[in-house]
Design a protein around this ligand. Structure first.
Ligand SMILES: [Zn+2]
Length: 105
């Protein structure tokens, strides 16, 4: 039995399970998660994203759930590059979240 792993796609804004064997086919816009965010999160309501960034063309990960639910060990050594030169470390950066929030309001 393959173990299922939860992923979030910043392109589609969906969470879905993938078999361990398929993980090598994943691209960098797909983020490994350790679990589903809680429905009562005030920012994402359990969707893990807080809205679509129309200029950058991806779903902005929830600033409250991002650090808590990303499976950092499964991120390997590479950062997910969603838009050059932005990386997931920069998304985790508070200033960038604030900037993204301002753009969404
Ligand atoms: Zn959240």
């Amino acid at each position: 039995m393959n173990e299922l792993k939860l992923y979030f796609s910043m392109i589609s804004g969906d969470m879905y399970y993938i078999e361990e064997d398929e993980i090598k086919n994943m691209n960098s816009s797909q983020l490994p998660l350790i679990g589903k965010p809680k429905d009562n999160c005030k920012k994402c309501h359990g969707r893990f994203h807080q809205g679509y960034e129309i200029h950058k063309k991806y779903y902005v990960p929830c600033s409250k759930c991002f650090k808590k639910y990303i499976d950092w060990s499964a991120m390997k050594h590479e950062d997910a590059i969603i838009e050059t030169p932005r990386t997931t470390s920069e998304i985790a950066d508070h200033d960038f979240i604030m900037e993204a929030e301002k753009g969404n309001m």
